[in-house]
Design a protein around this ligand. Structure first.
Ligand SMILES: *[C@@H]1O[C@H](CO)[C@@H](O)[C@H](O)[C@H]1NC(C)=O
Ligand SMILES: *[C@@H]1O[C@H](CO)[C@@H](O)[C@H](O)[C@H]1NC(C)=O
Ligand SMILES: *[C@@H]1O[C@H](CO)[C@@H](O)[C@H](O)[C@H]1NC(C)=O
Ligand SMILES: *[C@@H]1O[C@H](CO)[C@@H](O)[C@H](O)[C@H]1NC(C)=O
Ligand SMILES: *[C@@H]1O[C@H](CO)[C@@H](O)[C@H](O)[C@H]1NC(C)=O
Ligand SMILES: *[C@@H]1O[C@H](CO)[C@@H](O)[C@H](O)[C@H]1NC(C)=O
Length: 410
């Protein structure tokens, strides 16, 4: 481990004070006791140079108290040009369908809201710092289209710190589409990979349905087996998951004609919520058995609020809601929190409990400004926008507290 002496030195204010006081006053008798104390402090400070862990504890982002619930807070208007972090028109990895300003959205106030946790502040995002922190690392984001948005935001945020934009590329030259299974962006000069895997249930899907299944069963989702591309996720330093939006009766049973399967058996009649719970337990057992907690920081995002007025209808507001009308609660989010708390023993999973945070943001959806002007969208978020703040929380709040992201740079 390389410890940069200069930066450890300058983050220890007591050391600097001690030095000046000792030279100025130590021959004056009145000052003998304070001088003796400051000498002790000076000596202790010198010791911290020899014990880099002490340095690290002191060095931790000072605005973040250790027990801050970063997801408990409120939105405050911030006109100080903290946001937007990037211009989606200039970022080749922000898909057109989320690029609201490019698609004609005129009111821009929705960009200028900052999340203010009750007990702390989220540090400002600095792309250069984030790039150094992730140097040589692989980031994998797995889930549905909201995870794709997060992935796009992640790449666009980091690209702000890259001078040669050509040095950032999708490894197979693939274009972003709604159904693509895997996208992988490389930051050549920093040796960073940021991958997205589409896995809307996180579970294995099967188009070969069990023999004797009713005619309306077109496919199944296995509740006892994680998606068959799961092995591709494990070799990573940051791993972010979500699942939820596809777990509805209408989507599963009516639109997809997809039913639950356990082992070789079709399970008709199980509620979607019970299926969701079982799937999360399966996911948790898989993660416990397969993820190396010494290497991989695992995050799980809870359910996102939607703001539909009716089927395919919504009104994007100009400001966040003052009242969320219960949207800050979600049964599925509660299940995520409970299952992970009970099941994860060896592998810590950081729950990103975004449900309440997003529930106010009826102003931050794609609305009419997607890639299909005839279609309203109050499920997805504009980019730049809310997903940038999820990533800002990971970059500036979570990762700097994890030693493998904090030890070998400067
Ligand atoms: C931010 O700017 C908007 C639009 O100019 C203005 O309406 C609002 O009052 C400003 N908010 C703050 C906190 O300065
Ligand atoms: C984003 O960049 C494009 C040009 O690439 C420019 O036309 C547009 O005004 C910029 N948008 C914002 C919000 O600055
Ligand atoms: C790039 O990072 C990988 C780990 O993700 C590491 O194995 C490899 O040696 C690095 N390559 C260079 C050129 O630093
Ligand atoms: C991606 O889209 C561009 C422009 O539409 C097209 O020229 C290119 O062939 C596409 N690439 C792939 C791999 O499909
Ligand atoms: C790129 O193509 C190779 C070969 O087809 C495939 O194995 C790999 O998964 C692809 N990578 C991405 C990020 O799509
Ligand atoms: C993780 O690190 C701990 C302590 O250094 C060690 O005991 C453990 O075996 C490591 N686990 C794995 C999976 O490498």
């Amino acid at each position: 481990m390389v410890v940069n002496k200069q930066s450890s030195y300058s983050t220890l204010p007591s050391f600097n004070n001690a030095k000046s006081r000792t030279t100025l006053h130590c021959f004056n008798q009145v000052w003998i006791l304070p001088c003796f104390l400051t000498f002790l402090i000076a000596i202790a400070s010198t010791y911290t140079l020899l014990f880099p862990n002490i340095h690290k504890i002191l060095h931790l982002t000072p605005t973040v108290p250790p027990h801050c619930n970063v997801f408990d807070g409120q939105w405050v208007e911030d006109n100080s040009s903290t946001y937007p972090i990037y211009n989606s028109t200039d970022c080749p990895f922000a898909e057109r369908g989320f690029s609201c300003l490019e698609n004609g959205r005129k009111d821009t106030a929705y960009i200028n809201w900052r999340w203010k946790p009750k007990q702390c502040d989220i540090p400002r995002f600095e792309a250069g710092k984030a790039l150094e922190m992730l140097r040589g690392k692989r980031v994998v984001i797995v889930g549905d289209s909201l995870s794709r948005t997060q992935w796009e935001s992640w790449v666009c945020m980091l690209m702000e710190g890259v001078e040669n934009k050509e040095s950032v590329y999708e490894i197979n030259g693939s274009n972003i589409t709604k159904t693509i299974r895997h996208l992988g962006v490389r930051f050549r000069d920093h040796n960073i990979s940021v991958d997205f895997y589409r896995s809307v249930f996180l579970m294995k899907k099967d188009y070969k349905v069990p023999a004797g299944a009713p005619n309306n069963v077109r496919m199944t989702v296995r509740l006892d087996e994680v998606d068959d591309i799961r092995d591709q996720w494990v070799d990573s330093d940051v791993l972010v998951f979500n699942t939820g939006g596809w777990w509805t009766e209408n989507r599963l049973f009516n639109e997809m004609r997809c039913f639950f399967q356990i082992g070789d058996s079709l399970v008709m009649g199980m509620s979607v919520i019970d299926g969701y719970k079982m799937a999360l337990n399966t996911w948790a057992d898989w993660a416990e058995a397969n993820i190396n907690p010494n290497r991989t920081a695992v995050f799980f995002r809870t359910i996102e609020s939607t703001h539909w007025r009716g089927p395919n209808q919504c009104d994007v507001s100009r400001e966040p809601l003052k009242e969320t009308n219960g949207r800050e609660k979600s049964e599925k989010s509660d299940i995520i929190i409970e299952v992970l708390r009970k099941r994860m023993k060896r592998v810590p999973v950081r729950v990103m409990h975004l449900t309440a945070m997003g529930s106010y943001r009826s102003d931050a959806h794609v609305g009419n400004w997607g890639d299909n002007p005839g279609m309203q969208d109050c499920g997805h978020w504009c980019l730049p926008g809310l997903p940038d703040i999820w990533n800002q929380i990971i970059f500036t709040y979570f990762l700097p507290t994890i030693s493998s992201f904090n030890s070998h740079h400067n």
